[in-house]
Design a protein around this ligand. Structure first.
Ligand code: F6P
Length: 562
């Protein structure tokens, strides 16, 4: 089903003209808006599955929000979402369907999803069942290494979407992990990563998962080969017979599994196809944590936890599918981002989780949002007509408070921020009778309040401050935030959070008319690295072919390399 729908130019819609008019006279005043409108907090707060999403501290009026919703209507966001769910090839540059939502449809979902002749539901459930069965064998000790010892460490080797999702989810749900099985993640081709993460491992109890959608990624395949060499060498040191070809093949079969869409390449690497778990080209790398790419999670956290995660994703998919645009939370959040990016001049967006377990969430979102929406052409190849993807960044609170919040509070740039918090901690600890998590949450509430309402010069002076210090201690306020609150960071809630951001990203991409599902921008660097590698290795001709700056950097390298 090739998709030939032309992108609608958002900047030519009546809604864009309305927003331009709003912008011309826009004078945000959260203090006054809250003081004069007793219903604001309630009206701008939404329930999204288990998430309580408070948009009231954003710089929007009812009129602006209504225009934004009209923008989504006039750019066909709802139709495009329906097209995506139905399997239309909305990834035009790769002529592919975009069906990550199919990965979390519950077993027996109806009507059945058949796309391009593939019975998607059946295939998804088959792989899920195989992953669960394998995970249970590892967890129960039925699956052992080559010397009969059970697995204590599962090491995921992957990069980008084949790493960031698994590592983020593992860190987030670590309290659910099986104490007997540790998970580790190797991604960087910097040899430090593999050297440090294998240094204390026992090869007899280590299981590597080579996770790569394409099974061609330089970093991952290099690390997989290094890990295989490490396995053979370390087993040999422990007097395990790896002298013969057959013994080495055996060792790989017991200590390596793979996840990929390219199962032929997996077999060529020497991994037993029985121990390979597939997915499909309609799952983008950055949308793949809920596919077999999550195999390390099913092993370390358990299949039940993985299923709960999927159920959370699905709950949000259902919300997006069934809720009109005006109450559709991911769409509203995407539209607010459009307002900030295209009308109020924001260039970045902070994501600030008040949960140490979400320490990798901002890094995960960077790939999701920036690889998806960092584009300058639309899905038909024509230039974009407005600015697109903002820079996403963040750190968990309260660490960020002691680092970069100064700029958000008093700097000259507008930085919309999402705060994410949970009513119940994974580790309830007390300090001298005081609930430490409560103190943590007081910081979350205090920061969003300070950002919204600031502190006037009069208030500063009333505290006895005079002279130039008054200006320095004044907070302008009107710094927009969204608060996302949930009961606890459970697998289901985490799935909901991830799906929320997937759909925010989609809504923004649709308004801009871009294909949020390709990533051609990473190709040039990959190609050039392959061209430059011989020059690094001493090929004078390859070095001479480089530009003057690269030649000088190569010369520096060769002069200093020991
Ligand atoms: O960075 C480019 C990219 O293609 C990502 O989109 C992808 O997640 C990553 O590389 C890893 O790719 P693969 O899973 O094929 O190894």
């Amino acid at each position: 089903m090739t998709d030939s729908t032309a992108p609608i130019d958002a900047t030519r819609t009546p809604a864009w003209a309305e927003l331009t008019a709003h912008e011309a006279t826009f004078a945000p005043d959260l203090r006054a808006w809250f003081a004069e409108d007793a219903g604001r907090a309630e009206r701008f707060t939404f329930a999204l599955a288990d998430l309580h999403v408070d948009l009231s501290k954003n710089l929007v009026t009812d009129e602006v929000l209504a225009s934004l919703v009209r923008l989504a209507e006039q750019t066909g966001v709802a139709d495009r979402f329906a097209a995506m769910l139905a399997g239309a090839h909305i990834n035009t540059t790769e002529d592919r369907a975009v069906l990550h939502t199919a990965l979390r449809r519950p077993a027996g979902a109806s009507p059945e999803l058949v796309v391009d002749g593939q019975d998607v539901d059946t295939d998804v459930q088959d792989v899920l069942d195989r992953v669960a069965a394998f995970a249970n064998r590892v967890r129960s000790g039925e699956w052992t290494g080559v010397t009969g010892k059970r697995v204590t460490h599962v090491v995921n080797i992957g990069i980008g979407g084949s790493d960031l999702g698994p590592v983020m989810v593992f860190e987030a749900l670590r309290p659910y992990a099986d104490a007997a099985i540790q998970a580790r993640f190797i991604s960087n081709i910097d040899p430090t990563d593999l050297a440090q993460k294998t240094a204390d491992l026992d090869p007899e109890t280590t299981l590597f998962i080579v996770a790569s959608k394409t099974f061609t990624t330089l970093e991952t395949l290099t690390n997989a080969r290094l890990a295989r060499d490490w396995l053979w060498a370390r087993l040999g040191e422990q007097a395990v017979d790896v002298a013969s070809e057959e013994a080495r093949t055996d060792a790989v079969a017991r200590h390596f599994i793979a996840v990929s869409t390219a199962l032929d390449k997996v077999a060529a690497f020497g991994i037993d196809p029985q121990n390979a778990f597939g997915f499909w080209d309609w799952v983008g790398g950055r949308y793949s944590v809920d596919s077999a790419i999550g195999t390390c999670l099913a092993i370390a956290l358990g299949p039940d936890v993985f299923h709960e995660l999927l159920a959370g994703f699905h709950a949000v998919d259902e919300h997006v599918r069934t809720t009109p645009l005006g109450g559709n939370v991911p769409v509203l959040m995407g539209l607010l981002n459009i307002w900030y990016t295209n009308f109020l001049g924001a260039q970045t967006h902070a994501v600030l989780p008040y949960a140490q377990q979400l320490s990798r969430f901002p890094a995960y979102l960077q790939q999701l949002t920036m690889e998806s929406n960092g584009k300058s052409v639309r899905w038909d190849g024509s230039p974009v007509t407005s600015d697109t993807g903002e820079v996403f960044w963040g750190e968990p609170g309260t660490n960020g408070q002691h680092a970069f919040y100064q700029l958000i509070h008093q700097g000259t740039r507008l930085v919309p921020a999402d705060f994410i918090a949970f009513a119940n901690p994974a580790y309830p600890l007390e300090d001298d009778g005081r609930d430490v998590h409560g103190l943590f949450l007081a910081n979350f509430l205090a920061q969003t309040k300070a950002l919204a309402f600031g502190k006037t010069a009069e208030e500063v002076e009333a505290e006895g401050t005079t002279g130039p210090l008054v200006a320095a201690r004044t907070f302008p306020g009107n710094r927009p935030t969204t608060s996302i609150f949930a009961d606890a960071l459970t697998p289901r809630v985490l799935g909901e959070l991830i799906a929320l951001y997937e759909h925010i990203t989609f809504a923004q991409g649709e308004v801009w008319g871009i294909n949020s599902f390709d990533q051609w921008g990473v190709e040039l660097g990959k190609q050039l690295a392959l061209q430059i590698a011989p020059a690094i290795e001493g090929d004078a001709e390859a070095a001479a072919a480089q530009d003057a700056s690269t030649r000088a950097l190569l010369a520096y390298y060769h002069a200093h390399r020991r």
